[in-house]
Design a binder for this molecule. Sequence first.
Ligand code: DGP
Length: 115
Amino acid sequence: MLSDECIFCQIIRGERPSRKVYETETIYAFHDINPQAPTHILIVPKKHIARLADITPEDAPLLGEMMVAAKTIAEQEGVSSGFRLVINSGREAGQSVFHVHLHLLGGRRMRWPPG
Ligand code: DGP
């Protein structure tokens, strides 16, 4: 299910440009427009789910596929020796686009706590 107004759904449908790095039947991944690291990729399920807080047990395989995609993309982008995955769920956590997405960050030293 794709949502008309959602910008990530528009990217998935090809109605908004993106720099795609990976695509399967269920997942689409592209460069973040506002990169926070030398490598910053967004891994997005094609199914429209607003927040991680809205997933159901039926979504478990899809979330697993996102993790496998992250590993594959990290290798493809040359950052498999060290990368970070982030999901912001809810405005308080910093989520600004309400379509679940996994941030893949790499290419620089990461700090902890993330802030
Ligand atoms: P979050 O704050 O976790 O919801 O992350 C949303 C990310 O999406 C943010 O890092 C910027 C990125 N973003 C927003 N609009 C676009 C867009 O139109 N194209 C691309 N490539 N990235 C976008």
